[in-house]
Design a protein around this ligand. Structure first.
Ligand SMILES: *[C@@H]1O[C@H](CO)[C@@H](O)[C@H](O)[C@H]1NC(C)=O
Ligand SMILES: *[C@@H]1O[C@H](CO)[C@@H](O)[C@H](O)[C@H]1NC(C)=O
Length: 274
């Protein structure tokens, strides 16, 4: 008797705490804790957009990927509400198809990729973090940063009598890149110019650089860059892969202020002793 009562109490207590538990499955950007290591990604709490262009004459597709891994996206004002991303989206793609002959355009696809959606619309964000330094994956060996996998998106397409439902997800790799100081930047610049001169005649076009103009790579406004990698079917998911080079993914970034302060004091003490 007693034990079954105890069981009932435990069960109802667990139910009471269920919303709390659910909370642990959202993202707290200011304090991301992955395997006991804390990261502060709060500076990246902004809405970013990348876009890719696909030409298939006479139409051109401009697919815009809106991203804010910290909170749901704002509604777009230049778009019909029904064509916009559903509420709760954190990563979402909208394809604007333009006909270059008659200069008309339409929103052809709105794909919710990741977010907190109602059951009928998709699923839950269910964020999964991986600390690259301690990851067992071979591909992560020697890398420093974090990988974030976000879920929830579902895209339903109907072709004639066939309906295809495809689960979506977004994977962002935050790669540690310490902001180069002025000196290093200048040195890199010089090296690049020298490199360019040397390779002038064997230059067959650097595809990497095209990204800057096409919208596939942007400055994040905090010394880092966000780059589109791919958006394609990977097993049962259509997966958007992004790479974010940022100092906030460095393992020492959260306590760097303290260490620079102590460095300063060290210097000061030394100065006084002299
Ligand atoms: C693609 O769409 C975005 C807005 O979503 C716009 O800022 C960008 O200029 C467009 N790119 C081209 C090449 O039309
Ligand atoms: C779609 O692209 C066309 C051509 O660039 C542009 O005029 C139109 O405003 C775009 N529509 C939206 C909703 O972004």
């Amino acid at each position: 008797m007693r034990s079954s009562n105890a069981y009932r109490i435990t069960a109802s207590a667990a139910l009471c705490f269920a919303p709390w538990l659910a909370n642990a499955y959202t993202i707290n950007c200011d304090n991301v804790v992955v395997q006991k290591k804390e990261f502060n990604l709060g500076a990246l709490d902004n809405q970013y957009s990348l876009y890719t262009i696909d030409q298939h004459p006479p139409t051109v597709d401009n697919t815009t990927f809106a991203i804010n891994f910290c909170r749901p996206l704002n509604k777009r004002e230049d778009i019909n509400a029904k064509e916009d991303c559903p509420g709760g989206s954190r990563v979402c793609a909208i394809t604007n198809e333009t006909n270059t002959v008659d200069h008309t355009s339409l929103i052809r696809e709105t794909i919710p990729i990741a977010g907190e959606y109602s059951h009928t619309q998709g699923g839950s964000l269910d964020p999964k973090w991986t600390r690259l330094k301690t990851s067992s994956a071979t591909a992560d060996k020697g890398r420093e940063g974090l990988r974030l996998e976000m879920h929830g998106g579902m895209y339903k397409e109907t072709h004639g009598s066939k309906t295809r439902k495809k689960k979506q997800k977004a994977i962002i790799e935050f790669i540690c890149e310490r902001t180069p100081d002025e000196k290093r930047r200048k040195r890199d610049e010089l090296l690049r110019i020298k490199d360019k001169d040397e390779n002038e005649d064997q230059d067959d076009g650097d595809d990497d650089e095209v990204g800057d103009d096409s919208g596939e790579r942007i400055d994040d406004g905090h010394g880092g860059t966000l780059t589109f990698i791919s958006f394609e079917d990977e097993e049962e998911f259509t997966t958007l892969r992004l790479e974010w080079k940022t100092k906030y993914a460095c393992e020492d970034s959260k306590d760097s202020r303290e260490s620079s302060k102590s460095g300063h004091w060290g210097w000061f003490t030394w100065f006084i002793i002299m």
